[in-house]
Write a protein that binds this ligand. Structure first.
Ligand SMILES: Cc1ncc(COP(=O)(O)O)c(C=O)c1O
Length: 341
């Protein structure tokens, strides 16, 4: 089976498993786990922030950011297809007590003028804007890279209005691999960052959030309130450290495989929904006689797993368990499926 559903399906490497086995551990709620401390320090250094915190997942990291930056009754400005709005079960409303204010972006990028126009003026009737969220790379926009210049413009707007900017950088290192712009440079245009180590970077578990010392102090408390204060968690921080320090540069291979798949899809006669920037390929099946769900079933019967990303869109994600030969096989299977749809 060729599993192209997500880069979250990657299994930990041998060295990650060994690192977990040998990890030095302590009680992390007492901040006594040296492996976690090492991971947090390294993350802060890579992202150019004062401090960082190990969290269980990307969703937890994003929610802690919302809880820390906002007060109940605030509003968060975010892109209408962002993960935080689309895929987190309305947690910002359920937990932080805030409402979303969505903006339609172009390939996931919000225009800074639209962001500025959405910021609420002081008025007794209106919510206050508590946070602006940028997602890079943008999942539902097909792994599109949000240009660093646009992040800079959004940050300038936010600074004028004294509103914190949070980056959902679940796949920030894919943007880094695609552009050569460092994670630190992207992160300098936001106040806080969430990065996932368990997607293309291959760690079994874990995300990081980073920001100022005072943000991380409050975030640590929110993590505890959410039940995310873990004990001898060095056993998973050790593989996460390998993900962060050894797995970022190889993402270019995933991008090359995604490009190879994009070319194959077009060659076979299917359509692409979004130009491929990184490791996500969105195939549009509108011109066929099947829905995305039916296409997924047909592919599954032939040994390729993908996911439906809307009624007419199929998503494929490349990752380190997928080789060039797997992409060639996938293209051959698409050719076979093309004859019946
Ligand atoms: C952009 C983005 N943010 C956040 C998340 C959430 O990460 P997790 O699955 O670790 O909670 C995802 C997961 O796919 C994502 O794509």
């Amino acid at each position: 089976m060729i599993d192209l559903r997500s880069d979250t399906v990657t299994k930990p490497t041998q060295s990650m498993r060994e690192a977990g086995y040998h990890a030095e551990v302590g009680d992390d709620v007492y901040e006594e786990d040296p492996t976690v401390t090492m991971l947090e320090k390294k993350t802060a250094e890579i992202l150019g922030k004062e401090a960082a915190l190990f969290v269980t997942s990307g969703v937890q990291g994003n929610q802690i950011a919302a809880l820390t930056h906002c007060q109940p009754g605030n509003e968060i400005i975010l892109e209408e297809n962002s993960h935080l709005f689309y895929y987190e079960g309305a947690a910002i409303s359920a937990f932080a007590g805030v409402q979303p204010r969505t903006i339609r972006g172009t390939r996931g990028t919000m225009a800074s003028a639209d962001v500025e126009a959405a910021i609420r003026p002081e008025d007794v009737h209106l919510p206050e804007t508590g946070m602006i969220c940028v997602e890079n790379t943008h999942n539902r926009a097909g792994g599109a890279v949000v240009p660093v210049e646009s992040m800079k413009e959004v940050k300038e707007v936010a600074d004028r209005h004294k509103i914190p900017v949070h980056l959902d950088g679940a796949r920030l290192f894919n943007a880094v691999a695609a552009t050569g712009i460092s994670a630190k440079e992207y992160a300098q245009h936001v106040d806080t960052v969430q990065i996932c180590l368990s997607k293309g970077l291959g760690a079994p578990v874990g995300s990081m959030i980073a920001g100022s010392e005072s943000f991380i102090k409050q975030a640590r408390k929110w993590r505890k309130r959410l039940g995310g204060g873990l004990r001898q968690v060095g056993v998973i921080a050790a593989p996460a450290y390998i993900a962060l320090t050894e797995m970022t540069e190889r993402l270019v291979h995933d991008h090359a495989h995604a490009k190879q798949l994009e070319a194959g899809i077009l060659d076979v006669g299917f359509e692409i929904a979004e130009r491929v920037d990184t490791n996500i390929v969105l195939m549009d099946v509108t011109s066929t006689n099947v829905s995305a769900a039916e296409m997924i079933n047909l592919l599954d019967q032939e040994g390729v797993k993908a996911v439906a990303f809307g009624p007419q869109t199929v998503r494929f994600v490349t990752h380190y368990d997928v080789e060039e030969i797997d992409i060639e096989r996938t293209i051959n299977i698409l050719k076979k499926v093309k004859d019946v749809v």
